[in-house]
Design a protein around this ligand. Structure first.
Ligand code: ADP
Ligand code: ZN
Ligand code: ZN
Length: 736
């Protein structure tokens, strides 16, 4: 007898699988094994389950073992089952949620399980008898003849094409088939994703520069098992990192191995995607959030079957069902979109490293602004110069403390920046202006009593969006009409404070007119494909200014940008977060990298109230090594990653009293369970969001595996269940 150990795919946290099922002979014959997807009977329902193990016997008596109802084609591989279970363990989630990550897209959980099916169509082809019938001018209906003639020219056509072009529906084709004049078959149709190509793509591979070639040679050595297999490619923006990735991917393919290229959230990187797809053609499958479910399913199956050997996509592509993996590349490895927000809160970079190590594959992280962790832990490859030989653009830091009233409502942009923008636009060149805040004004308050206009659900200001004529919350989506009077005192004097992208767009639009100003932020890209539409508009424009949030600093490449302006470089620095420095450095450097890629050269202006802050000063000097060395020192001193690991326990509730109680109970249980060197901070209050009060416990540890297990065990205690009444809990390992 063969027993399948099956993990049901459900969202219920309390369920403890796997459960035993008896495999009937036909399923064994059909190759059901670890990774197979089954429909199983489960407490009176049908649900999906994944085989995590196959055993010869069960602890249950045979008569109590049920049989699966159905085996579903194309499950995960055993390697992916191990990976899914590892993610569940490492990120303190459930086996079911970990496994759901490695299943074919669309494999539903919950009450109504479902699986996607390949899309098929009926196709017809002409037979020899059919050709003969045409030649001999046999008696045929008009539609029959028209269909045969089309088929004689085209060989094979789909039923829908024949219907459209010859009016030959299934009845007509059925007749022809009966007479042996055509043959019909059911064929799979690939739902191929559309790939937008924005910006410079280039045809074939360029000849690599000596430095690029040296990096590739090192990676090829690593593929062949020599030297470190985990690498950091540190290359300034425009140094040709993508070409190195592509050459390394080709080398992996040449060795019969497969590859994954992870890119930041895809909406932000249409260029990389277009370039890679253009170069690698059909061997590449893309998986991203803009695909329809059918497209995603088909791409997954192309990977699973081996038809595609390279997967490109954002973080979830790390779970691509590829065999013989040779290489995983993480492009822009500093990007925060590699961390998943929902349960399990996995970090695709850590998952990629683990998967590569297990598969004997090479792990390559690339960035102009690597994370301190990667700088510390990975063997480095360097591309210190731009491919085009141009110097990095000079960065001028504009000290906003010296501009009177500059942080006020009237002068969000310095006179110097304004005149440079006008000059650039006047010359017909392009400029980019970044301000990491969308909307028109981030704060409104009463001019008489000072009351701020706040979100009813969150402890934050409502942001004025003039274009949409409303104020809205960026945390919960609440919107209301723009207030004309103060809700507290009735005064009609409502003042606006600060500026967002919408306001800058207007201000600069007036300044540089008639040159166009194009805005790129979450508001202008909300529609599907919106991001590449906006970038394409800027690319095609003869000149003008792209205004936007940090989206403007990501991954695109426009040769004619001669000026970049960063407004309020400190906005990221003010976050109470140990990654604030690292993020600010990355943002300033990445924006600087967008400028001066063409013959016009480039200038970068950075407006800040903290001109001497290390991240800003170092970014202005293009000194990543200096910044990272200093930052690692600071991290060591305060015991932050990579010198420790962090683990957060997030609690939220509408009931503040219950929340405080839960925080104390959990802290009381977790503290004694931790290792001796681990430190527990909190529970600390965080701002109320979506109507829920929040607290956070933070654990610093040098032995994360031990303490994740300890936290998991502590949270399984019955006291916790009762303390969590009305309180939600999420564990975030390696919070970002
Ligand atoms: P990065 O990813 O480091 O920012 P890219 O790989 O995007 O840099 O390269 C920047 C530009 O230089 C791209 O347009 C790319 O096609 C081009 N490029 C890269 N390598 C070479 C090369 N060896 N010869 C010519 N052009 C190159
Ligand atoms: Zn008032
Ligand atoms: Zn809100």
């Amino acid at each position: 007898m063969e027993i399948a150990k099956v993990e049901p795919i459900t969202t219920t946290r309390a369920l403890r699988g796997p459960f035993d099922y008896r495999l009937p002979a036909d399923m064994i014959e059909a190759g059901v094994g670890v990774g197979s997807l089954l429909m199983i009977p489960f407490s009176g329902r049908r649900i999906l389950g994944v085989v995590v193990d196959v055993a010869a016997e069960s602890d249950l008596p045979p008569e109590r073992l049920a049989e699966p109802l159905e085996a579903i084609e194309a499950g995960a591989t055993p390697e992916l089952v191990r990976l899914g279970l590892w993610v569940a363990e490492r990120y303190c989630s459930t086996a079911s949620r970990g496994l759901a990550l490695v299943l074919p897209p669309g494999s539903g959980t919950g009450k109504k399980p479902r699986t996607l099916k390949p899309l098929t169509e009926r196709r017809a082809a002409i037979t020899d008898a059919g050709r003969e019938a045409l030649r001999a001018d046999e008696r045929l209906g008009t539609k029959q003849r028209a269909a045969l003639e089309l088929l004689a020219a085209d060989g094979e056509l789909s039923g829908s094409a024949l219907n459209e072009r010859a009016g030959a529906g299934s009845v007509v084709l059925g007749r022809l088939a009966e007479r042996g004049l055509v043959e019909q078959r059911i064929a799979e149709v690939r739902r191929a994703p559309r790939i937008d190509v924005v910006g410079a793509v280039g045809d074939g591979p360029p000849e690599l520069s000596p430095r690029q070639a040296a990096c590739v040679a090192e990676l090829v050595r690593a593929l062949d098992g020599e030297g470190p297999s985990e690498r950091l490619l540190h290359g300034v923006t425009g140094s040709g990192k993508t070409e190195v990735y592509l050459a390394a991917i080709e080398a992996a393919l040449d060795r019969g191995r497969s590859a994954i290229l992870l890119v930041p959230e895809i909406g932000l990187t249409p260029q990389t995607l277009g370039r890679v797809a253009a170069r690698l053609g059909d061997r590449v499958a893309v998986i991203h959030s803009g695909l329809s479910e059918g497209e995603r399913f088909d791409e997954w199956r192309r990977l699973r079957s081996g038809a595609a050997r390279v997967c490109v996509g954002p973080r979830s592509a790390v779970f691509a069902p590829l065999t013989d993996l040779g290489l995983i590349v993480v492009d822009e490895e500093h990007d925060s979109s590699y961390k998943q927000e929902g349960d399990p809160r996995y970090d695709a970079r850590a998952v990629a490293r683990h998967r590569a190590a297990e598969a004997g594959a090479v792990y390559l992280a690339g960035s102009a602004t690597p994370r301190p962790e990667s700088w510390d832990e990975l063997a480095r490859l360097e591309l210190p110069e731009r491919v085009d030989g141009l110097p990095l653009p000079p960065v001028e830091v504009l000290d906003m403390r010296e501009v009177p009233g500059s942080s006020g409502p009237l002068h969000p942009v310095t006179r110097e920046a304004l005149s440079s923008l006008r000059e650039t636009a006047g010359e017909g060149a392009k400029a980019i202006v970044m301000l990491n805040r969308r909307g028109f004004s981030p704060h409104l308050s009463c001019g008489s009593c000072g009351a701020a206009v706040l979100c009813p659900n969150c402890d934050v200001s409502l942001v004025l969006h003039r274009g949409r004529d409303m104020v809205g919350c960026h945390h919960c989506g609440h919107t209301e009409p723009v207030p004309r009077t103060c809700a507290e005192c009735g005064s009609v004097s409502i003042s606006r404070h600060g500026a967002g992208t919408e306001r800058i767009e207007q201000l600069i639009g007036e300044l540089v007119s008639p040159a166009p100003v194009i805005r790129l932020d979450a508001d202008t890209t909300a529609v599907r494909g919106g991001h590449s539409n906006v970038l394409t508009a800027f690319e095609r424009a003869d000149g003008g200014v792209l205004v936007g949030t940090q989206m403007v600093a990501k991954g695109h490449d426009f040769p004619d940008v001669a000026l970049s302006v960063l407004i309020d470089a400190d906005s990221t620095l003010r976050y109470p977060d140990f990654r604030a420095e690292e993020r600010t450095f990355a943002l300033v450097s990445q924006l600087a990298g967008r400028s001066g890629r063409g013959d016009r050269g480039g200038r970068v202006l950075v407006q800040t109230l903290a001109p001497t802050a290390a991240p800003i000063a170092a970014a202005a000097d293009h000194d990543a090594a200096g910044f990272l060395a200093g930052e690692l020192e600071r991290r060591r001193e305060f015991g932050y990653p990579p010198f420790s690991s962090l683990l957060a326990i997030e609690l939220a509730s509408r009931d503040e009293v219950a929340l405080v109680g839960a925080g104390e109970t959990i802290a009381g249980l977790v503290r004694p369970a931790l290792g001796p060197d681990a430190e527990l901070l909190g529970p600390a209050p965080r701002f109320r969001r979506r109507g829920r009060y929040r607290r956070r416990l933070l654990i610093k540890t040098t032995e994360p595996e031990r303490d994740v297990a300890a936290v998991r065990a502590a949270l399984d205690r019955p006291e916790v269940t009762s303390a969590l009444h009305g309180v939600t809990l999420a564990v975030d390992v390696d919070p970002q």
